[in-house]
Design a binder for this molecule. Structure first.
Ligand code: ACO
Length: 334
């Protein structure tokens, strides 16, 4: 074979990660003053102790911006080195333009493509798969992906079954093409739209455009049949975790740390039990963040790296499940 005609290997390397949380803390004790609930109920049913809440003048793109700056710093590159921006979010600053375009402007960039993707709590893993595909096809070299959410601004504060669950935050990752290493060993994705009425925001789109009535009925906030979501989440997360391992030709014991979507401690324990892994190898930070949808896996990964729970060369598996339903998993070598 002529040497010049040999295809050059392109792998994807993780260059850096970052995260950002709003300063304001809302504890379970604070929630006791808002709805009929108790710290004990929230803690035993979910594992959540507190969550962060963004200010009125602090939109999702602002959290994304601070997380992106940290990721760029840890990657040791400047914003000008970025070729593409993807933001996974279901709580954008506004319907249009995308939060990714607003982030691009905050970063002082012009011209490079930027767009949002909507896959709820699996959003960051969907973004990882897109970054991998763009980089390994040779289309873009360096990609910034962000999971950023302000779920507290889509929360009905009179509905105790949902308002105790969610929080705000953002995480970011910089990935680049590499001809010698491959950090993204595998990504597996799935979805089933037939469950779209178990976890959704009923109004504000074309099906139920915003009216005074939709606002009065609180149809612009998250509605969830928690028990049904719980039942679906566990087997799908287990399946996704196994599929991504299979695609990476790795075994459970090769994984140093599992980072599941941080929705509920009982879901994490059930997934660990079904996978037959110890909770020692499962990263948990939901007690201080609540469920921040697409931002959970990346902020948890960033924390695991910063606190030394993961060191260079370790294998980590991200696993998520969310509205749609969507699910996915990724095996990454940090
Ligand atoms: N405080 C006190 N009592 C409460 C509260 C509360 N905050 N919320 C509900 N209750 C009551 C209910 O009214 C019910 O009372 P009843 O028995 O008198 O009718 C009782 O507690 C039990 O309610 P359940 O809904 O059955 O409680 P469950 O054990 O299922 O826990 C929860 C609810 C925490 C929501 C759980 O089902 C769950 O975590 N589901 C999955 C959520 C998830 O994974 N989401 C992922 C995707 S999120 C995304 O994509 C944005």
């Amino acid at each position: 074979m002529n040497k010049n005609s040999e295809a050059k290997f392109i792998g994807t390397k993780v260059l850096g990660t970052g995260s950002y949380f709003p300063k304001k803390v809302l504890s379970n004790a604070d929630l006791e003053k808002i709805v009929e609930t108790t710290d004990e109920w929230i803690l035993t049913r979910t594992g959540i102790k507190e969550r962060r809440v963004s200010e009125a003048d602090e939109p999702t793109s602002q959290l994304a911006y601070f997380a992106a700056l940290e990721a760029l710093k840890s990657a040791n590159i400047s914003p000008q080195d970025i070729d593409l921006i993807l933001v996974a979010t279901i709580t954008p600053d506004m319907q249009c333009p995308s939060t990714a375009c607003l982030l691009q402007n905050k970063l002082g960039l012009k011209g490079i493509p930027a767009f949002d993707l909507s896959a709820a709590c699996s959003g960051f893993i969907y973004a990882v798969s897109m970054a991998k595909a763009y980089i390994e096809s040779g289309m873009y070299k360096t990609v910034l992906i962000v999971g950023a959410e302000e779920l507290t601004k889509f929360t009905d504060w009179t509905d105790r079954s949902t308002c105790v669950l969610f929080g705000d935050g953002a995480g970011a990752m910089v990935l680049t093409a590499s001809d010698e290493s491959q950090s993204l060993l595998s990504v597996y994705l799935g979805a089933d739209g037939s469950f779209s009425d178990l976890l959704f925001v009923p109004a504000g789109g074309t099906k139920n455009p915003a009216t005074l009535d939709t606002v009065n009925q609180k149809l612009h906030s998250i509605k969830m049949l928690g028990k049904e979501v719980f039942k679906a989440a566990v087997p799908k997360m287990v399946y996704a975790a196994q599929k991504a391992l299979e695609l990476a030709s790795k075994k459970l014991e090769d994984i140093k740390l599992f980072i599941p979507h941080q929705a509920n401690m009982r879901i994490l324990e059930a997934v660990a039990k079904k996978l037959n892994i110890s909770m020692e190898s499962v990263f948990v930070n939901l007690h201080k963040t609540g469920n921040i949808s697409s931002a959970t896996t990346i902020t948890a990964l960033d924390e695991a790296i910063k606190t030394g729970k993961l060191v260079k060369g370790d294998l980590v598996e991200l696993v998520a499940f969310g509205a749609g339903f969507t699910w996915g998993a990724a095996v990454i070598q940090v």
